[in-house]
Design a protein around this ligand. Structure first.
Ligand code: GLC
Length: 817
């Protein structure tokens, strides 16, 4: 650890010689090639185009022309329209590019770029761009007083990034994650700049080192890169949601995960042997705590050689896997990129002989030290190597393994720089580049190779890949966990803004190690963290070697009981959760959301990040301090129901929520519908059984509506890509003192294996009397599967149970009004 010596005055004298940064100079000419406009100056210029009406790309160059090659961040499925028909207009010293969504004006004399929306409001302005003699570039942007910043992927500190400065350079940070840490494992140089009502996205697509600084330049902020091209995308709003949807159209969206990956995951560094893993699985089942996945950390391998099992610790993986399968538990093993240097090890030998490892220009393999000792690192920038690596995963799929955990893929190396030498060469499919230029893409490329390799060997089943490192676009291939946090209350609190901003940056499937990885958790911290964690997209409890155990039963029966209930809640809400994942996969909108995304006009939520929304209508307010039995909760506009008590609150204000240890404050918006399934022990148990639509705060007045559209498919295969899926629409409408309830399917190409649908009217604003066309039944008859309706007490909650008919149905609910 550093002492005060770190701030000795002589270390901080201004010794740096100001370098000769130069701008581009005035525009001397412009030409159009297809859809691309090339603007030239004496020193260089820029190539610009609309890649979509709401996305303006400008790639700067010094000297010769910019090539418009895109990086791996851009979704290969994102196709450039061949002819947009967009023309540039030249007017009084300006070049003006206009699409149906935005207008970009380039001042010829200064090269200043102003982006406007169609109302003419300025949403972004690049006042200058300059280049240093060593190949770096930095642009300056206006930062009006009402600016706020979001996105940037996995960063520490609060939600709003105004006043922060960050570096994007994938780094293995075992030191505690704190506000002053500028770079973590992931790099997503994508910023949402919100100014007043309007938002605009800026994506600097450069997988080398990039920097953003919203701290040091007064009313301006900067974005720069230290090598490679300044390739910038301006992404139109006007809302933050528009920006997120456009950004994820460009860089891709999550793949719909297999349902089991949405379950509860249990991990530790390490479950040391076959017996321990089986014992763990049986304990989950004996205790009735749902669980879908157990992780194998590095000790499963034979001296940390990837694609092996330790013959002593795991003598019969097949038998272990079969026994786990019976219990409905899957294994996800860790796979790191470092391949042990060992001439007797097949993977290493093949890698050397077939030239798959990263080398120096002179041809020597680059070796670095990681867990297995001296290791070589596959060059995932080359498709040939990625295919080879991907196919190694047949080793796992032969055991029925369907998920892989990629770690240390920054890549982490045990040396001073913590990574590969910058002058390592990447073959990059013939377009050779240095590691310095591609560092941040390494982890993404490893997970891409893994995901694609697993898919090739899984016979139409969906793989799950988890990664620590990544770059913009990683969401297409892997879920992300936030690396080595600690069992600190502060780290639990930090996980909220971090994962919320990751969600705004395309990484919709993310989460921290629940309970904290390093240091020692406590029963109370584990409870509070799990209560929050079961609402995060990715839900894994993981802890480090030599720390207190933190399996759900580690702190006695009271703690265990609370954890069982909350993990169970995640499983009951699986239909809702899966629906939100489907939404994320199709629109890019995150599964959990900061309030500012849904209530942008509310100034109280600009930087609110100790509570969040699951989807748009469930508000989660975790308790993130010890010995706390009350917390302030901000309820935005609308009416909200306390999930636990049914108490109703008018929003637009703070309330003080009571939260003894077993309660995490949770609120449902009036008019919302949350579909619940059965309580399962794993995601495939009784999948598709009865779904209960919990309808909150129905009213019989004219104009009241509640709607939900439930997406379903088999949850395991890729058949959904051929539209083998279904949509079930539920609607409830008020009027004339009655309510009309209906459901219908469209596109029912997937048939859920289900007999019953249930609709529950919770905390209605009227006294339900009955349902026309259905009989009143008793609780026992409902239990027995009979159709009908029931009030739990006179004037109480109405429960309607019907057979699930492909044709749908509708009813009128009578009220006492
Ligand atoms: C890294 C990972 C951690 C893992 C450990 C051992 O620290 O971040 O999750 O348990 O390596 O593989």
């Amino acid at each position: 650890m550093e002492g005060s010596e770190a701030i000795r005055p002589d270390k901080h004298e201004m010794t740096t010689v100001p370098e000769n940064w130069k701008d581009l100079g005035p525009v001397t000419g412009m030409e159009k090639r297809g859809d691309v406009f090339i603007c030239r100056t004496e020193r260089g210029g820029a190539a610009a185009l609309f890649t979509a009406p709401g996305i303006f790309r400008i790639k700067f160059f010094i000297g010769s022309e910019a090539d418009l090659a895109q990086t791996i961040a851009i979704d290969p499925a994102y196709r450039l329209k061949t002819e947009s028909g967009i023309q540039a207009e030249e007017k009084e010293g300006f070049l003006i590019f206009r699409s149906s969504v935005m207008e970009v004006e380039l001042e010829k004399q200064t090269f200043m770029i102003t982006v406007r929306d169609l109302d003419g409001s300025v949403v972004s302005r690049q006042t200058s761009i300059s280049f240093d003699p060593r190949g770096g570039a930095r642009a300056v942007y206006d930062m009006p007083a009402n600016s706020h910043f979001y996105g940037l992927g996995e960063k520490s500190s609060f939600l709003d990034k105004r006043g922060e400065r960050y570096t994007n350079w994938n780094t293995d940070v075992y030191a505690p994650h704190m506000p002053e840490i500028e770079a973590l494992y992931q790099s997503v140089p994508f910023l949402i700049h919100r100014s007043g009502e309007k938002s605009c996205g800026l994506f600097l697509d450069n997988p080398g080192l990039t920097e953003v600084d919203m701290r040091s330049h007064g009313m301006a902020y900067t974005m720069g890169c230290s090598t490679g091209a300044y390739d910038l995308y301006f992404i139109a709003g006007p809302s933050m949601k528009d920006v997120v949807m456009r950004y994820t159209a460009l860089t891709g969206r999550i793949q719909l995960p297999p349902k089991w990956a949405l379950g509860y995951h249990q991990s530790r560094y390490s479950y040391m042997n076959q017996q321990e893993v089986l014992q763990l699985a049986h304990t989950f089942r004996e205790k009735g705590i749902p669980c879908d996945v157990i992780y194998l950390d590095i000790h499963y391998m034979d001296e940390y050689r990837v694609f092996t099992f330790d013959p002593v610790r795991f003598p019969d993986p097949k038998a272990m896997m079969n026994e786990l399968r019976e219990l409905g538990i899957r294994i996800v093993p860790i796979v790191d990129p470092g391949v042990k240097k060992d001439p007797n090890y097949r993977v290493y030998r093949e890698g050397v002989q077939q030239e798959h490892f990263c080398t120096k220009l002179e041809g020597d393999i680059y070796f670095g030290e990681v867990w297995p000792g001296i290791s070589a690192f596959p060059d995932f920038t080359d498709d040939r190597t990625s295919n080879w690596w991907g196919d190694q995963h047949a080793f796992y799929t032969q055991y029925g393994i369907e998920g892989i955990w990629n770690d240390m893929n920054e890549p982490a190396v045990f040396n001073e720089s913590k990574t590969m030498d910058l002058d390592v060469i990447h073959r990059n499919n013939g377009d050779m580049k240095t590691h310095e230029e591609l560092h941040n893409a390494y982890g993404l490329l490893m997970s891409k190779a893994t995901s694609e390799g697993m898919e090739r060997h899984m016979d139409n089943r969906r793989p799950f890949v988890l990664t620590r490192a990544g770059y913009a676009g990683i969401q297409r291939y892997a879920a992300v966990w936030t690396g080595d946090n600690r069992s600190f209350w502060e780290h639990m609190a930090l996980a909220m803004p971090m994962v919320l901003n990751m969600g705004l940056s395309g990484l919709a499937f993310s989460g921290p190690d629940i309970g904290g990885f390093a240091h020692h958790t406590s029963g109370e911290l584990l409870v509070r963290w799990t209560q929050m964690g079961v609402f995060f997209p990715y839900c894994r409890n993981h802890s480090s070697i030599d720390t207190l155990r933190q399996e759900p039963w580690s702190f006695g029966p009271a703690t265990e009981g609370i954890l069982r209930d909350y993990i169970g809640l995640r499983y009951r809400w699986m239909p809702h959760l899966y629906n939100l994942f489907h939404e994320a996969a199709s629109t890019g909108l995150p599964v959990i959301r900061p309030l500012v995304l849904e209530y942008p006009e509310d100034p109280k939520v600009t930087n609110l990040c100790d509570q969040f929304l699951l989807g748009d209508s469930v508000l989660v307010a975790p308790v993130y301090r010890p010995d706390t039995d009350h917390r302030a909760v901000y309820l935005p506009a609308g009416e909200w129901f306390d999930y636990w008590t049914g108490d109703k609150y008018e929003g637009g204000r703070h309330i003080l929520a009571e939260c003894p240890l077993e309660i995490m404050p949770l609120y449902i918006k009036a008019g919302a519908i949350v579909p619940e399934g059965m309580l399962m022990q794993h995601a495939e148990e009784d999948a598709d059984e009865t779904v209960t639509f919990q309808i909150y705060g129905a009213e019989a007045r004219e104009g009241f509506t509640a709607d939900y559209s439930l997406y379903e498919d088999d949850g395991v295969t890729f058949d959904y890509r051929n539209q083998v899926s279904s949509r079930l629409h539920v609607s409830l409408k008020g009027g004339d003192g009655m309510l009309h309830l209906s459901y219908e399917y469209d596109d029912r190409r997937y048939e859920a294996n289900r007999n019953l649908l249930v609709f529950k009217l919770r905390y209605s604003g009227f006294a339900p009397q009955g349902v026309e066309g259905l009989h009143a039944v008793t609780a026992e008859q409902l239990q027995g599967g009979m159709e009908g309706w029931m009030l739990d007490e006179p004037g109480g909650e109405l429960c309607i149970q019907v057979h699930d008919r492909p044709t749908g149905a509708s009813w009128v609910i009578r009220t006492g009004e």
